[in-house]
Design a protein around this ligand. Structure first.
Ligand SMILES: [Zn+2]
Length: 340
């Protein structure tokens, strides 16, 4: 027999799985997944775990993936190097089977207390786990952060004492900052697309739009020459990123990405100029796209334009040494023949 539960708004998949484990007094989340598999008459593997949770919540797989997995936020820009054979569409497996391994979890202490009172249980929210989210929008307070223990099924209320505040300073610096707001709006907008943007596409957006956005292109000297013709001034990509976000927020984000000095972080950002596959994480492309464009709609329309381009241009560093801006004009005319 299985006691089922409803999911809560914005509840992340592993939080729901942990709640099922607790309410059924199972020994661990793996036991719950086994029971769900038998109950749903499915074989348990990385691709079915999310389907099993969707069934338990009486939602379709698409509904569950859209509302309760990190796929729409974590995989908005997907690095090809992370694609494995088991990835399906949004890679909905992300967090379920190894939910609490090697990661920090964030929660709002006030929300946890309120949820425990009103819903009978506190839960881990997807929004709080967004990379760079250090505060609760509802309470405008710093989130608490806790080191996740492997296979723990604890709710946030169990971490009220052990959780460490993300810090007033970073929250003050970023809560109303236009660059940070744009970054989260971009994540949200990308999440509404039918699939992730690949890092190849994100890079091509940089490649084709850098000069228009006032950023140095791959061929630095050439791009300055073209910019002079257009009466524009260019800055290095890393400099643009540093100027777009508050320093305190960017420092925390850089540390989460494993970069502990500004130089180290800047050289990773500079590396984004090289076509994929590169070692930069998806989040670096999100920072890049936010910094390049003044608005989310400009960034989204650039992505749409680039996706319509023929894939053969450009493909490798050897082929992309010259004048990309001419490439896009020609290709656009080809892809988009209008009445001229
Ligand atoms: Zn809150």
């Amino acid at each position: 027999m299985l006691i089922r539960l409803e999911t809560s708004p914005d509840e992340i998949d592993f939080s729901y799985l942990a709640a099922l484990t607790r309410v059924n007094a199972h020994a661990g989340t793996h036991r719950t997944l086994d029971v769900l598999a038998r109950w749903g008459d499915m074989r348990l593997n990385p691709d079915t775990a999310v389907s099993l949770l969707a069934q338990a919540a009486e939602l379709t797989l698409d509904e569950f993936v859209a509302a309760h997995t990190e796929s729409v936020t974590r995989h908005v820009v997907r690095c090809e190097s992370s694609i494995s054979a088991t990835y399906v569409r949004w890679a909905p497996m992300g967090s379920v089977l190894a939910p609490f391994e090697h990661r920090r979890l964030r929660f709002c202490a006030e929300c946890a207390r309120e949820d425990a009172q009103t819903l009978g249980r506190s839960y881990w929210k997807r929004t709080d786990q967004l990379p760079g989210r250090f505060w609760c929008d509802r309470h405008r307070l710093p989130l608490s952060e806790t080191e996740a223990e492997e296979f723990s099924v604890a709710p946030p209320t169990a971490c009220l004492v052990s959780g460490r505040s993300c810090g007033e300073a970073v929250v003050r610096a970023s809560v109303d900052h236009p660059g940070v707001a744009r970054y989260f709006q971009l994540i949200q907008a990308l999440g509404t697309r039918p699939g992730p943007v690949t890092s190849q596409v994100a890079w091509r957006v940089y490649y084709f739009f850098a000069i228009e956005c006032g950023v140095e292109c791959l061929d630095i000297a050439d791009s300055h020459e073209e910019a002079r013709r257009r009466g524009k001034t260019l800055v290095p990509l890393a400099q643009r990123v540093f100027a777009t976000f508050p320093a305190a927020w960017l420092e925390c984000v850089a540390k989460l990405m494993g970069h502990h000095t500004p130089n180290d972080f800047a050289s990773m950002l500079t590396g984004l100029r090289i076509p994929p596959p590169c070692r930069a994480p998806a989040q670096a492309y999100l920072l890049m796209l936010t910094a390049m464009f003044d608005s989310v709609s400009d960034a989204m329309s650039a992505i749409d334009r680039v996706e319509r381009l023929p894939t053969e241009i450009p493909v490798s560093p050897l082929e992309v040494t010259r004048k990309p801006w001419r490439g896009i004009k020609k290709s656009k005319a080809k892809a988009d023949p209008g009445p001229h």
